[in-house]
Design a protein around this ligand. Sequence first.
Ligand SMILES: O=P(O)(O)OC[C@H]1O[C@H](OP(=O)(O)OP(=O)(O)O)[C@H](O)[C@@H]1O
Ligand SMILES: Nc1ncnc2[nH]cnc12
Length: 181
Amino acid sequence: MPSEDVRELLLSRIKDVPDYPKPGVMFKDITPLLADPKAFAALTDALVELAVRYGATKIVGLEARGFILAAPVAVQAGIGFVPVRKAGKLPGATLAQSYELEYGTAEIEVHAEDLAAGDRVMVIDDVLATGGTAEASLSLIRRAGAEVAGVAVLMELSFLPGRLRLADALGAAPLDALIVV
Ligand SMILES: O=P(O)(O)OC[C@H]1O[C@H](OP(=O)(O)OP(=O)(O)O)[C@H](O)[C@@H]1O
Ligand SMILES: Nc1ncnc2[nH]cnc12
């Protein structure tokens, strides 16, 4: 896990935006972190360290902010990147998984041929909130026949039950949050 100094650097580059995208939500804006090359590199290094610890052979990034974080990790770790996209964006044969949001439902997809038995998959996203998106991604990975090596997020919102919601789907796989608020 990153040092206290690195965690403080990362936290200092995440901006709280009240009442976005709707009243009552405190939005965690990571764009200042992405704009700071030292912070972005430190974040990438911390996630690569986890990828090595997990023994990951594939990196899954969750659209859209997860893509930004996951892609440099895949390159630096020297393993493949697989996008999990919101429904309707992938041209090939897909596996789809719908999931509950706070209000209503959503659906994500992965190209079926991108994951297979023998793959150990690390999931990367920026924020773990209710856990719905991450939970659905774990279903896709397992349905593709691959193994979940671990889930890593930049920030876990501990006032929401994401970790609890993910517990069953994780099984023995770890969930690591670089920052918990
Ligand atoms: O734990 P959950 O309640 O599922 O929420 C977390 C998800 O919500 C955000 O994505 P969003 O769907 O807003 O999409 P974006 O990355 O395209 O902005 C965030 O990037 C996570 O993927
Ligand atoms: N509060 C929040 N900030 C940023 N991304 C989120 N995704 C879900 N909840 C979020």
